[in-house]
Each structure stands twice: as structure tokens, then as C-alpha cells.
Design a protein around this ligand. Structure first.
Ligand code: ZN
Length: 90
């Protein structure tokens, strides 16, 4: 079941050498079969979460200023996401 797949990914047993053959591709994060990201115990040396810096409002060269309220809301969403991941992993 999904929980078991997830738990298997949480255990880090999927990590392999060389890094080219590792599901994380040496980046330090592996995407599980249930679409969750897991830190690679072999190759993660503090790399940011792959979806942590994905922001549809930036990177397109626009000079639009960020709404501070919206930024705060995003941070809260992310914190909630992290807490949910922690809960899953235990
Ligand atoms: Zn790896």
C-alpha cells in the first residue's frame, strides 16, 4: 500500500552508488513512487528541497515586486507541508 511504499522511501534503502544510478541522480533528493520527495542518505549534503525554490512568480525576469503578505503566506504553506511530511515519516 501507499504507506508502505512511503515508509520504504523514508528508510533511505533506495539510495545506491554510484550516484548516477541513484534515484536522486546525485542531487540529494529522490522522488518516490508515491510522488513524495525524500532526502538521499548518501548524496544529500544540505541541498534544498527540489520544490522549495519553485516559484511561478519569479524567474521570468519580471521586476514585479513581491507582495510581502503573499510571501508570508507561502512560507506558512511550506511550513505546514514540512510538518505534514514529518508526520508521515514517523
Ligand atoms: Zn542518492
Amino acid at each position: 500500500m501507499l504507506q508502505e511504499i512511503y515508509n520504504a522511501w523514508c528508510s533511505g534503502m533506495w539510495a545506491t552508488e554510484p550516484k548516477e544510478d541513484c534515484p536522486c541522480r546525485g542531487y540529494g533528493w529522490g522522488l518516490s513512487d508515491v510522488d513524495t520527495w525524500h532526502k538521499c542518505p548518501r548524496h544529500n549534503n544540505g541541498q534544498p528541497h527540489p520544490e522549495d525554490h519553485e516559484d511561478p512568480n519569479t524567474g521570468d525576469g519580471s521586476s514585479e515586486e513581491e507582495d510581502p503578505e503573499e510571501a508570508e503566506r507561502d512560507a506558512e504553506d511550506w511550513a505546514a507541508e514540512l510538518r505534514r511530511d514529518d508526520a508521515w515519516c514517523r
